[in-house]
Design a protein around this ligand. Sequence first.
Ligand code: HEM
Length: 128
Amino acid sequence: VPVTLFEQIGAEIIEKVITEFYIRAFDDIIIGHFFFGKDRLDITKKQIDFANAMLGGPRQYSGKPLETAHESLSIRPPHFGRRQVLMANVLAELNVPEEAAKGWLAMEERLRPLIFKKVIKADCNHLK
Ligand code: HEM
């Protein structure tokens, strides 16, 4: 029987990971500015549901689609990388087993294309 990452990690630890991750992200020198003026508890709650569902758990995510939630933010690849570093640190510090932590990070890595703004090629005909 395949065991989901949700079963391996457990709802309680998932909640702790996301809560601690957002405490650090909001204060972070590299990505903290994206969160200025945002409601940390609200984002934390939505993202607990998101992570629970992503990892194979029973919760429903009821926030915006990821593309919509991030499209106005000018997030670039290094910011995404920073998120993954913070997340990896929290997973290790909360003793999530290494294989499960790797699985979690890999699932987030696959969401990468949804987080960046679509690059629209400028129409430069007027320069010709
Ligand atoms: C796999 C990567 C990511 C996932 C799964 C994710 C997930 C989410 C979710 C579920 C929300 C809530 C959407 C809603 O309010 O309905 C959200 C909002 C947000 N995320 Fe992400 N996110 C990711 C990457 C990032 C990165 C790399 C940054 C910035 C460095 C970021 C910054 C934000 C901000 C600032 C908001 C609040 C948007 C607002 O309320 O206007 N996210 N994210």
